[in-house]
Design a protein around this ligand. Sequence first.
Ligand code: NAD
Length: 259
Amino acid sequence: MLKVKQKDTSFEGKVVLVTGAAGGIGRAAALAFGRAGASVVVADTSVDGGHATAAMIVEAGGKALFVHTNVTRAAEVEALIDKTVAMYGRLDCAFNNAGVEEESVPLGDADEAAFDRIVNVNIKGAWLCMKYEIRQMLKQGGGAIVNTASVAGLIGAPTQPIYAATKHAVVGLTKTAAAEYARDGIRINSVCPGVINTPMMARALKREPQREDRLRKEHPIGRFGEPAEIANAALWLCSEQSSFVTGHQLAVDGGLTAM
Ligand SMILES: NC(=O)c1ccc[n+]([C@@H]2O[C@H](COP(=O)([O-])OP(=O)(O)OC[C@H]3O[C@@H](n4cnc5c(N)ncnc54)[C@H](O)[C@@H]3O)[C@@H](O)[C@H]2O)c1
């Protein structure tokens, strides 16, 4: 019998915000939400990359809006939520994914400017996004939020001390907010990727190509992950399929944290 592939409509009528969506994991997630029928708000500091992601969604037959946003600035995050609601009427799901990496140095050699930059984006950015998303979701009576933490939010990450601290903080924000807002119908979870083939990882391996072999071996599955594999996890955590899951840290890491 001929099998006709059904169109994925699991997010039809839903409004989804993705930060850090100009490339890498965020772009893969924005495209996946768009393919599943969501109206997608693409947020990033990169204007060209953000417009390109939104254009890809529209070209594939979906709905998307790019909003230039620096997630470290409260006024810009508030405006992002306001524009989302003005355009699409509500906010059902948010994937707070914008983040920055750390150059490899042991803790004693890390400098103050790097600390401030990484903490600002990875912790303050995630907190500000959650704050304004939750305000909107409370008005509507519910929603789902997924934050991008990392395996470095679950275990130590030698030579990445500040990054690891920020990702542990994302886990702390996720667990606490999940407990605070569970009865308001807002589920909040984190996804914790292992090493994923993105521009961030390409930059890190360009600086230190000698790390690649060791990093690959840390993944029992024998390879790095692809952005679409994290996008799949984010979609599941935002969907009704995970309706009893909140305050969870989902490792998507090829077995790295199983060792
Ligand atoms: N790639 C990996 O191996 C890996 C592993 C674990 C966790 N992560 C996390 O996944 C997330 C996405 O990483 P990626 O690998 O796709 O990185 P990436 O650098 O390829 O993409 C990150 C995006 O975030 C945007 N961004 C940075 N600062 C911003 C700010 N202040 N406001 C708005 N946007 C901002 C960038 O412009 C970029 O488009 C990050 O939180 C990262 O820490 C990545």
